[in-house]
Design a binder for this molecule. Structure first.
Ligand SMILES: Cc1cc2nc3c(=O)[nH]c(=O)nc-3n(C[C@H](O)[C@H](O)[C@H](O)COP(=O)(O)OP(=O)(O)OC[C@H]3O[C@@H](n4cnc5c(N)ncnc54)[C@H](O)[C@@H]3O)c2cc1C
Length: 388
């Protein structure tokens, strides 16, 4: 598989195959390289086809993993971002503290040349191409893209975060929006900066960007990050004819809708898009299974056709019908159900009150111990948590 253009299949079998390919030893050595041994497990985590707990247990059983192993540490980042989300809720969608410039200094729109992969900076244009072609990006490429947009082009981090979230198969509001804040310097103590030398070290030749705006020193980049003026796209990048951006949609395409049958007196398992995995043992065997698309959620955070297809495929292989409904309709249709079961999922929490009181929110089995109170930095959280 080309690590720059990985493919993902929305099934438990595909997730387990991907897990079997993971090599923690190779990961520790080469994870920062775009062609290195990153796991590409993230879409499976995001959509509930794998949990961190079972992945750790599987790898640890195969060959003992130290709690400080690089892979465990990276799992920690995901868990930490979820910790911050649990503490701050929608507060993660606003700057956590001031960055190098006031929020008002950044533009509210994403430049067309970046959207169309024609900024003229090869590292950025390659990243956008890979993103649209696969719905995935290596962590380093995400950091470069975010840093270029925020610190060079002066795009508001939230604008970039919403755009990237929509195109990623693993799009997760906590990992994505808080990573953008970490890069922007509104969620970390300094902006994340990178230059052409860094790209040359970690990316294949077609990404190298000599002679571009990023081919400069870290001192110059730091000064740029603290200057309100945006740098224009490279002259090489300006002409039209770039890539067409795949549209983001708030509802799935070509869906065969659930034929609203009466749920009165029946147990219901809501298999939402973040819970495509096996049905938990607690859910009654005779439960009606429905693939829930909560319209209100996706109107706020739309997805690419590729991501919708991933979710629809996940349901199709399990024979789960898709139920597109808004929060009010959801509450009405479930009011008479005998019981309602769903995996607890922070993406759905703003609409929790729409579900009837007899709803069972099943918690994810955690890998790390909960740390009480908001921990403002990853290192503080990491010192206080432990593997369970
Ligand atoms: C700007 C930006 C946006 C991001 N958006 C998302 C997102 O929407 N969803 C998402 O899951 N991750 C996001 N990340 C984190 C990270 O880039 C991806 O988790 C990782 O690239 C996924 O590929 P992988 O599974 O091969 O990761 P690996 O490097 O193999 O890591 C294994 C797992 O550890 C976790 N992980 C690793 N690094 C991070 C990290 N820095 N932050 C959080 N979790 C991490 C992921 O669950 C990942 O699957 C973002 C990072 C940045 C810089």
């Amino acid at each position: 598989m080309n690590p720059l253009l990985p493919t993902f299949e929305a099934s438990r079998a595909a997730a387990l195959q991907a897990l079997a390919r993971v090599s923690p030893q190779a990961y520790a050595v080469s994870r920062n390289h775009l062609l290195g041994a990153a796991t590409a497990l993230s879409p499976y985590f995001t959509h509930g086809l794998l949990t961190q707990r079972e992945v750790f247990d599987f790898l640890h059983q195969r060959s003992p993993l130290h709690p400080q192993h690089k892979l465990v540490y990276e799992f920690g980042w995901r868990a930490y971002f979820r910790h911050v989300w649990a503490q701050l809720g929608d507060g993660i969608l606003e700057s956590l503290h001031p960055g190098p410039l006031p929020d008002a200094a950044y533009h509210p729109e994403l430049p067309e040349d970046v959207r169309q992969a024609r900024s003229g900076v090869p590292a950025i244009d390659q990243a956008v191409r890979c993103l649209y072609a696969s719905g995935h990006l290596h962590n380093h490429a995400r950091m470069w893209l975010a840093s270029y947009l925020v610190h060079v082009r002066k795009v508001a981090w939230r604008v970039g975060a919403d755009w990237l979230y929509g195109h990623l198969l693993d799009g997760d509001l906590a990992s994505n929006h808080l990573s953008w804040q970490w890069v922007a310097g509104t969620g970390s103590h300094k902006p994340y900066l990178f230059n052409a030398e860094n790209v040359a070290r970690f990316a294949p030749p077609e990404w190298h960007s000599p002679g571009s705006v990023i081919d400069t020193s870290y001192e110059a980049l730091d000064a740029l990050a603290h200057t309100p003026e945006a740098i224009a796209p490279s002259p090489k990048g300006r002409p039209g004819g770039g890539l067409a951006e795949p549209p983001l949609r708030s509802t799935p395409p070509d869906v065969v809708p659930w034929p609203d049958t009466d749920l009165t007196g029946r147990p219901v398992w809501l298999q939402h898009p973040w819970a495509l995995g096996p049905r938990p043992a607690e859910v009654p065997q005779d439960a009606v299974v429905l693939g829930l698309v909560l319209r209100d959620c996706h109107q706020r955070h739309p997805w690419s056709g590729r991501r919708w297809q991933f979710v629809l495929d996940g349901w199709r292989t399990q024979g789960t019908p898709c139920w597109c409904v808004d929060a009010a309709g959801l509450g009405r249709a479930l009011a008479g159900a005998a019981s309602v079961w769903l995996q607890d999922e922070p993406h759905l929490r703003p609409w929790r009150a729409a579900l009837p009181p007899h709803t069972h929110w099943l918690p994810e089995v955690p890998l790390f111990a909960e740390v009480p109170g908001h921990q403002a930095s990853f290192s503080r959280w990491w010192q206080r948590t432990r593997l369970l």
